[in-house]
Design a protein around this ligand. Sequence first.
Ligand SMILES: *[C@@H]1O[C@H](CO)[C@@H](O)[C@H](O)[C@H]1NC(C)=O
Ligand SMILES: *[C@@H]1O[C@H](CO)[C@@H](O)[C@H](O)[C@H]1NC(C)=O
Ligand SMILES: *[C@@H]1O[C@H](CO)[C@@H](O)[C@H](O)[C@H]1NC(C)=O
Length: 409
Amino acid sequence: MVVRVFFLLCILCFTIVRNLDNGLARKPPMGWMSWGYYMCGVNCKNDKQKCLDEKLILSVADRFYEDGYQEAGYEYIIIDDCWSQKERDRLGRLVPDKERFPHGMKYIADYIHKRGLKFGMYTNIADVTCMGYPGSREHFRTDAKMFAEWEVDYLKVDGCFVTEDYLNTAYIKLGMHLNATGRPMVYSCSWPYYIEFIHNKKPDYRSVAKNCNMWRNYHDVVTSWHAIKSIITHYQVIYEELYEYHGPGQWNDPDMLIFGTGSLTDSQRRVHMAVYAMLASPLLLSCDMNKITPYEKELLLNLDLLAIAQDPLGIMGRPYALQPLLTLWVKPHLPRKGDKYHSVSFALVNLDEREHSVSFAPGQYGLNSTDYTAMDVFTKVFTRNVTLKDTLLVKIPPEDVIMYTLFPL
Ligand SMILES: *[C@@H]1O[C@H](CO)[C@@H](O)[C@H](O)[C@H]1NC(C)=O
Ligand SMILES: *[C@@H]1O[C@H](CO)[C@@H](O)[C@H](O)[C@H]1NC(C)=O
Ligand SMILES: *[C@@H]1O[C@H](CO)[C@@H](O)[C@H](O)[C@H]1NC(C)=O
């Protein structure tokens, strides 16, 4: 009997799955990460434009602090691969590159923290990083302790060069070492990407979501419209597989925004930002902050767009393919204070090179109230009121998006 009760209790303890409970990333993280633009920027003498060093990281903190990004929610400043010396020290610890990070990482953390921002770093789960710097394999405890001592708030952990079995156990183990430091760190895992695209297997998203705050599941973004289209199409296709693992504390990560790199037209920029907001994706810039155009800045600081991206429910918007290359994304939000019903955003995304016209009835997409007022998210104009019976006829220009938030009346 005792044995049986014990057995029953233990079935319960295995079926009630708790997700990673470090209290972090309750909303999709926003910030800046070095990789997309600076990559392995170690060649500072010959390529000053792409130098990954202390000066760069501190300058991003200054831009965030002075130019309104911080107030809008951009928070994490993350150093990706290529920050360390090629060898560990005598005690087996990672050492920041002596020329590019002369004051070490705690100095950078202090500077960032004084600005009220947060600090992120990078490692790989294998012996070496993707670019050949020392990796964390066999050093989980030492490295977790080191990152905690440097007061790191966010750790991106890459998954180059290891087997599928190792990926499936090592990410869990490293997460336990991070937890054991007592310092809460957002745990960003590249785990499912490597399972799916390097080992050609299905990721175990239950396990990923239980152990990581966010995770990559598609190729690295590059600075082109083609890359953005391919990311959008991918998430549309695998939406059903992902959405239930997406929410506060656990986010699918389609990789960085490519603003500030001169690679998109303004309408493509709208599409990029709109879909990331509808997906409730992390919003991580990767660029020279001085190269962000005024229009990109307007999009990045559009509080109505950010309210969609950062909605506390964290629901991944659902895609409906209305025509080839024309998709309607629908995302419900937490009711505003005093509202009985959810507000809902609709984004009509046209990936085609020609204009599309479409008629659709918002009432067919699960609206709960009978009357709404519709705000255009880009112009902030309340364009019209909508009832459950209404059909809207909308023209969407080439490679552009029309986006409304419907607030219950
Ligand atoms: C460690 O895990 C426990 C149990 O899930 C959690 O309550 C705690 O907040 C975690 N601590 C850190 C530093 O992540
Ligand atoms: C309608 O209400 C239900 C229950 O509160 C909620 O789960 C759902 O998201 C709402 N739908 C919309 C589109 O707001
Ligand atoms: C929508 O309805 C409200 C309340 O009836 C009204 O005040 C408002 O002017 C209407 N808006 C538009 C754009 O028609």
